[in-house]
Structures are given as C-alpha cells and as structure tokens.
Ligand binder design. Structure first.
Ligand SMILES: Nc1ncnc2c1ncn2[C@@H]1O[C@H](COP(=O)(O)OP(=O)(O)OP(=O)(O)O)[C@@H](O)[C@H]1O
Length: 258
C-alpha cells in the first residue's frame, strides 16, 4: 500500500528531539522545530555545529539515532524515498555538469526528476526566459560566471516543484549584488509555496529569512525572527546576535562566523 503523508499540510518540516550520534560523539543533540509551508527558514551555526548532519537526516540521506521528524508529511525513518521525491537540494558544490550546456543540464535533471518531454520543453523555455539566459542556452556551464551557475543550480533544484528546497550555503563566494539577485529567486520560490530551508554564514542573508535558528555544538540555542532576536539580545544586527550565541562554541574554529 502506498504511504500517505499526514494531514498537517501547513507544517512542511516537523522535528522533535532529533539526534545523531557517531559512536559516542553527539553531532546533533535533540533539536526541535517546525517550519511552515512557504516559509524561508535560516539554519545557522558555527563550523562543526551539526548543520550538515541535521540536513542529511531531514533529506532522508542519513537515519537519525533518535527523535522524530516528518518532512513534507513523510517520516524520516520509514519514508526516505518519498522525502527525496518531494524535496530539492542545492549545496555550495552544486551538482551541475560543467561539460554540458545550460539546456542539456536542465534536460538531464528534468529527466532524473521524471518530467515528461512536454513538461521538459516548457520548463526549459520558462527557466531560460526567467533567468535571462537565452544567449547562453547552448553554452557549456563551465563558461558561465559563478553567480549564474548558482542561479541555474537553484532553478534546477526546484524544476520538479518540490514542497521544500534545502540550500546548504548556496551563495558562497559571490559578491553582495549577485547574492541579492539570488535571494530574489528564493523569495519567488517561497511565494509559490515552496518552503526554503537555508544555511548560510552571511549574516545579511540571515536578515532575509522569516525565522532563523542558531545551532551551537549540536544544540539549537536560539530560534526566532531576526528582529525578535536582535531585541532579545539588545544588539543592532544579526552579526552581534550570532556572536553572542556562538562565542562559547567548543567545536569549529574560534571565529564563529568564519
Ligand atoms: N560521519 C561522521 N563521523 C564522525 N563525526 C562526524 C561525521 N560527520 C560529521 N561529524 C562531526 O559532527 C560534527 C558536526 O559536523 P557537521 O558537518 O554537521 O557540522 P556543520 O555545522 O555542517 O559545519 P560546517 O559549517 O563546518 O560545515 C563535527 O564535529 C564533525 O566532525
């Protein structure tokens, strides 16, 4: 029998006391949070805090040691395959093929996602038009500037209209203007109802999120809107909030935002 997602449609991510141990080392320590449909949720933390380990569990790539999580309504222990079909994923090392053209990349990933030829054709036309890549459509991805590769990579990650897209440091290495343009794409996706779960080391980007959590040494130490956090810590910006929370971190290097 096909497993059905649960009825709580508005919460696309539900996490309760989720943990991951590697032998005796507790990489993720009983994290609890929910994310609403269409919300942009920032998942921050110092180096080694446990963000990637947590994301791998949420994407159905790694079984938790304990706790509960439902992603797009599916259980992380029993329904990992359904989770993978209902999410998109983009990391800093985006998965585009450098030796294929822009169009070939879109066709390749669309094929993996199971789009029909008709869907592929219209999606390709729409995506290239939206990104203004008409003149680059037949060029190899290797010839594109980094910022364009990131935008293309994001668009490909949501080609199949997933319920949630996970972005693991998606804007590393690009200038603030290009990052701002990238965030316009994120806002558009969220407006279409896609939940955006994003990790970043850039504190200006933390301000763009509706809510953020800050993880330290495997635990979530703060979770709220950027403005509430600034008020709570009585500081002018997210840099200062992050520093206050992460300065006592035992893992990673001594500069928490590095
Ligand atoms: N497979 C593993 N075996 C043992 N320890 C691991 C494993 N994967 C991660 N860790 C440890 O778990 C901790 C959390 O790592 P993780 O990569 O999740 O952190 P992160 O917050 O994503 O950090 P960064 O921002 O540096 O990528 C680190 O101390 C790391 O060394």
């Amino acid at each position: 029998m096909k497993e059905k997602p649960d009825n709580n449609q508005q919460l696309t991510i539900q996490v309760e006391e989720l943990s991951k141990h590697f032998s005796h080392f507790v990489a993720v320590d009983k994290i609890t949070f929910d994310v609403q449909k269409g919300e942009i949720f920032g998942f921050l933390g110092a180096n080694g805090a446990g963000k990637t380990t947590a994301i791998r569990m949420l994407c159905g790539l790694s079984a938790p040691t304990s706790g509960k999580a439902r992603i797009a309504g599916f259980d992380v222990y029993r329904q990992a395959e359904q989770i993978k079909k209902n999410i998109g994923y983009m990391s800093q090392k985006f998965s585009l093929y450098e030796d294929l053209t822009v169009t070939e990349n879109i066709h390749f990933f669309g094929g993996i996602y199971g789009l029909t030829d008709k869907q592929l054709k219209s999606k390709t036309r729409q995506l290239i038009g939206d990104l203004g890549l008409e003149r680059e459509a037949k060029k190899l991805v290797s010839s594109l500037p980094l910022g364009w590769k990131q935008k293309l990579s994001f668009s490909v990650a949501i080609l199949h209209d997933p319920q949630i897209v996970f972005l693991d440091e998606p804007t590393g290495g690009v200038d603030p203007v290009t990052r701002r343009q990238f965030w316009n794409l994120i806002y558009e996706a969220a407006e279409r109802g896609i939940t955006v779960f994003v990790t970043t080391h850039y504190m200006d980007e933390a301000e763009y999120c509706k809510r953020i959590s800050i993880m330290v040494d495997g635990k979530i130490k703060a979770l709220d809107t950027p403005s509430n956090l600034k008020q709570q810590f009585n500081v002018p910006d997210m840099d200062a909030v992050f520093y206050q929370i992460a300065r006592g971190a035992q893992r990673g290097d001594k500069n928490p935002a590095a």
